[in-house]
Design a protein around this ligand. Structure first.
Ligand code: BGC
Length: 476
């Protein structure tokens, strides 16, 4: 559809200037990038040294001290609870890094996210029962200590902060991603919720391993590429895990661990990192935080993960519309309500960009939906596209800053590949995201080191990783 509205050159110049002004706040200059990396590294050290505080914790020891070799075989159960989906799987390890997954997948509704713990864990148990009914039981690895009826071992991947106290134990910390379970879930033991729900439903399954999804991604990726040294989740939420030297994990009882392991995988919970001293928060980030159910929580994640990018774009665009600088003051339907414009919409819009420009303009116009036969100008649509690119490019830079900090926590031989197993829709689906992150890494490390950094997709990381950890720690 051709643009029909008249926009004076004056107005066009004004909005371009205004956007340039906003863009300055969204730009990660080398100095700002460096400050973020240093801030992250400092928080890593602090987290390793500080015992978990109630409610929030970072640099959480996973109790996983070895990675798979890729040769392991067998069938193990796994449960992967993410922000929007529950997956319950039987993972068949075929050796040579190959797997076969049978799964039951359910969407998590808002009603479940805000239900009681009993309703929520019973729903999980019902889903496990569905998978159980599909299993030829004799094929599934059994728990060593099982007394009749034989219990099946299950690994759980938990995409939320958990203060882990053992391989299959941990205290639930504050959950994000819209979870506000009514009877208070914080501070309770996660394994007990599974145990009681499986007992209520008579399901002979026992949780033998619990991992954060980043640990799952790293372990799963190590199964297909044993060089993997970072697990990175970049989807609805963000987080990273890596193997840390036991001697540096001061919060652990180092003396107790030093004889048994040199490294332990650490869940950084980098999503929680960040404060105003080094995160370049714009007034839009602040507005988003203020409108959120958990203000002040996960400042870094709120600037860059899939749960938030759409809302950031909406806030910038609506600001310009309200000043009658964009869309001649018309708020399109898709931007009218808070949280109504999603990262998936941005992703779709940036995906159009390679098409013929007129087509892009008409598709974006159609997607945004204007009332009263209003048709925005091509220049206005270009500004809207620029806002999407501005927000997603900063997100890529912020993702790269986390990776720099985690890579620099470790030492690599000069010829060693630096392999990152990445999982998550923002990384996997957002147009050009892996390339933008890699470019930011190259700006920091220079070409020759950047060439060694491989951002590889660790598909199904949570479930495969949880199954692998259940296997690694069942066999001793
Ligand atoms: C959670 C992390 C999780 C990450 C990625 C964050 O919101 O706090 O525990 O690893 O999302 O799913």
């Amino acid at each position: 559809m051709a643009a029909t509205n008249y926009t004076s050159n004056n107005n066009k110049e004004k909005i371009i200037k205004r956007l340039d002004w906003i863009r300055q706040d969204f730009t990660l200059t080398p100095a700002i990038f460096k400050a973020i990396v240093e801030g992250f590294k400092q928080e890593c050290d602090q987290g390793l040294n500080t015992a978990s505080a109630s409610g929030l914790a970072t640099m959480i020891p996973s109790y996983v001290t070895r990675l798979p070799t890729g040769h392991e075989t067998g069938i193990y159960l796994a449960l992967d609870l993410g922000g929007s989906t529950l997956r319950v799987c039987a993972v068949q390890l075929l050796g040579q890094g190959q797997v076969n997954v049978t799964e039951v997948r359910r969407s998590i509704t808002d009603q479940l996210r805000t239900s009681s713990t009993i309703v929520f864990f019973d729903w999980i148990a019902d889903t496990v029962a569905e998978l159980y009914a599909l299993l030829p039981n004799q094929h599934v690895a059994r728990d060593n200590d099982a007394s009749p009826p034989p219990q099946l071992a299950m690994g759980v991947s938990w995409s939320f902060p958990l203060d882990q106290t053992g391989i299959s134990k941990g205290t639930i910390l504050r959950m994000g991603k819209g979870f506000t379970v009514t009877d208070g879930i914080d501070g309770q033991d996660l394994a007990t919720f599974f145990l009681e729900a499986f007992q209520r439903k008579n399901i002979p399954v026992v949780v033998t391993a619990i991992v954060n999804d980043t640990i799952g991604a790293l372990v799963a990726h190590a199964y297909s590429n044993p060089q993997a040294r970072v697990g990175f989740i970049y989807g609805t939420g963000v987080n990273a895990a890596y193997p840390e030297k036991v001697s540096r994990i001061i919060k652990l009882n180092v003396a107790e661990w030093q004889d048994t392991a040199t490294e332990m995988l650490v869940n950084t919970e980098i999503d929680i990192f960040g404060n105003e001293s080094y995160l370049p928060l714009t007034r839009f980030d602040r507005a988003l935080d203020a409108s959120h159910a958990q203000p002040g929580f996960q400042p870094y994640e709120k600037m860059m993960s899939g749960a938030y990018l759409g809302e950031l774009v909406r806030l910038v665009a609506v600001d310009l519309v309200n000043d009658r600088e964009l869309f001649d003051g018309h708020v399109p339907y898709l931007l009218a309500q808070p949280w109504s414009f999603l990262t998936a919409h941005m992703s779709e819009i940036e995906g159009y960009s390679s098409d013929d420009h007129q087509l892009v303009v008409s598709r974006v116009t159609e997607l945004l939906q204007f009332a009263d036969n209003y048709t925005p100008t091509e220049a206005d649509i270009d500004v809207f596209l620029d806002i999407c690119v501005m927000v997603s490019t900063r997100a890529a830079g912020l993702a790269a800053a986390a990776l720099v900090a985690i890579i620099e926590q470790q030492s690599f031989k000069p010829d060693q590949d630096i392999v990152v197993g990445v999982n998550g829709t923002t990384f996997e689906m957002y147009p050009g995201m892996p390339q933008r992150i890699h470019r930011a890494l190259e700006q920091w490390f220079g070409e020759s080191i950047a060439k060694r950094i491989k951002l590889e997709v660790a598909r199904d990381g949570g479930s495969i990783g949880a199954a692998l950890v259940a296997m690694l720690y069942q066999e001793g």
